[in-house]
Design a protein around this ligand. Structure first.
Ligand code: NAD
Length: 496
């Protein structure tokens, strides 16, 4: 929230104040305070985000609870058909949603289109709900006694989402949650809520999804705490930074809720001397600098393997290509590297670069260009010689900064990478199947890429971070989503 200004929204704000969506109707939040939402490329004010509080959360929970019995009672086939409708509506509005993502979050339009596509993919995966919800049975465990397992919805579930994928991440949760018969409350990021707002508007046009099944509450900490504390919320899905994930996990669990909290990351990209530069250069650049490094799967450390001259050759190839990337407005088709989410984020990252330099690191490519028109631009930056265990090498900085590490062989690369407190993703570039196999076996990360810069699983698989990248056991998407959004009931019956 550090990049946003709290303003009193009375008497009037320059941009319209967003409203909450509760029980099928748009209504103003009870709070009189709002945050400014600005286009990161230009600084233009594009929205005002109300700071909803307990009363707003309470109203959304009441609507979701009221809608639950009838929604839960609908056939899974009927709920799946509602998801097919949602899929079609999103497909029809794909470009509109992507343009909102670019306007509000800043990423390039191509990246935003891919994001919306990934969100649609989660809806597609959830349309298999009748199949996914099927239970198990075992006949004749004793004379005349059979056992069956059925899956039932958890109840009212809430999703609290981050700024970096404002359209996709709500869709990691919403289709699986409602497909399984739950009702849903979304609290989108206060930094770029416009695509979530539009998503929920579109859902409001779908007759097959009745009022109260999907609700939206804008806001920041108070809205989140309301959801974590409210006895009418049964489960919390969270995605955001590691400290917030830990906080959300603890508080929700203390309140007796089921919770999955996906947190931050520090992902290594290991480059073997035999790697094909035609393959790895673009992949490394896309991973480190795409979306201005603001992805939880961004490769933020390049681990250069080999002799000193091989390491230097890899470094030089990366730096030469990074120098050619164009930083600017994501709405401009010639832009490679978009602005960061806000001037405050850019300033925070520049302080991290200064700190690394003060500790002895060198900028082999310095992207500090003064922020650009909206104040949020930082061009690709490559840092060499950062001290071991410095924040530059071990902490998530979430910007277009790539740190270099040098190791002699693959074994040392795996060992170095596994010392990370995080385990979201790890990448290997090589032409050797043997090296790939050793990496896959030994690396401590849940999403592994071999000759792929961003190893984002398709939605039929879990988004499988390990270690400090998740609090909780069940991930988003894939079968994990069904496990998370259903309660298992085992019935033992005698009919003899
Ligand atoms: P964030 O933690 O600042 O915010 C996420 C959500 O939590 C927002 O909705 C915000 O309103 C709320 N929030 C933030 N601080 C809070 C507090 N103190 N009390 C209550 N609520 C609070 O994260 P962000 O900056 O929006 O997103 C970027 C982070 O998300 C990065 O760390 C990134 O790695 C992570 N992320 C992780 C994954 C994953 O799958 N592991 C995916 C995407 C993003």
């Amino acid at each position: 929230m550090s990049n946003t200004t709290v303003v009193d929204r009375l008497p009037a704000m320059a941009a319209p104040v967003l409203e909450n969506y509760v029980g099928g109707a748009w209504r103003p939040a009870s709070s009189l305070q709002a945050l400014e939402d600005r286009n990161p490329a230009t600084g233009e004010l594009i929205g005002s985000v109300p700071l909803s509080g307990w009363a707003d959360v309470d109203a959304a929970v009441a609507a979701a609870r009221a809608a639950l019995p009838a929604w839960r009672a609908r056939s899974p086939l009927v709920r799946a058909r509602a998801l097919f409708r949602l899929r079609d509506v999103l497909e029809d509005h794909r470009e509109e949603l992507a343009r909102l993502v670019t306007l509000d979050m800043g990423k390039t339009l191509d990246d935003a289109l891919a994001e919306v596509g990934r969100g649609i993919e989660s809806v597609e995966a959830a349309t298999a709900m009748p199949h996914l919800l099927k239970g198990e049975n075992l006949e004749g465990v004793a004379r005349g006694v059979d056992v069956e397992l059925v899956r039932q919805p958890v109840g009212v579930v809430a999703a609290i989402t981050p700024f970096n994928f404002p359209a996709m991440i709500p869709l990691w949760f919403l289709p699986f949650a409602i497909g399984a018969g739950n009702t849903f409350i979304l609290k989108p990021s206060e930094q770029d809520p416009l695509s979530s707002q539009r998503l929920v508007e579109l859902i409001g046009t779908i007759d097959e999804i009745p009022p109260g099944v999907v609700n939206l509450v804008h806001g920041a900490h108070d809205a989140v705490n309301g959801l974590l504390d409210h006895p009418g919320v049964d489960a919390i899905s969270f995605v955001g930074s590691a400290p917030t994930a830990r906080y959300v996990y603890r508080r929700a669990a203390e309140n007796g809720k089921r919770v999955q909290a996906l947190g931050g990351a520090k992902n290594s990209m290991v480059i073997m001397p035999d790697a094909d530069p035609r393959l790895y250069i673009d992949a490394v650049l896309g991973s480190a600098f795409g979306a201005a490094g603001q992805r939880c799967l961004a490769g933020s450390v390049a681990v250069l393997v080999g002799s000193a001259s091989e390491q230097d050759a890899t470094r030089d190839a990366i730096v030469a290509a990074a120098r050619d990337l164009r930083t600017g407005d994501g709405a401009d088709p010639s832009t490679d590297v978009c602005p960061m989410i806000s001037p405050a984020s850019r300033e925070r990252l520049e302080r991290e670069i200064e700190q690394a330099i003060a500790e002895g690191a060198k900028t082999v490519l310095d992207g500090r260009i003064g922020g650009g028109p909206g104040g949020a631009e930082l061009a690709p930056t490559v840092i060499d010689n950062a001290p071991e265990n410095s924040r530059m090498l071990r902490e998530e900085l979430f910007g277009p900064v790539l740190a270099l590490v040098r190791v002699p062989d693959l074994h040392a690369a795996i060992e170095w990478t596994n010392q990370s407190p995080y385990g979201n993703s790890a990448i290997l570039f090589t032409r050797s199947g043997e090296a790939a196999r050793e990496f896959r076996y030994g690396i401590e990360a849940g999403m592994v890429g071999i000759n792929i810069g961003v190893a984002a699983p398709v939605a039929w698989f879990p988004f499988a971070g390990w270690k400090g990248s998740i609090d909780g056991d069940l991930h988003a998407n894939g079968r994990d989503a069904i496990e998370f959004y259903t309660c298992k009931k085992v019935v033992t019956a005698r009919w003899s």
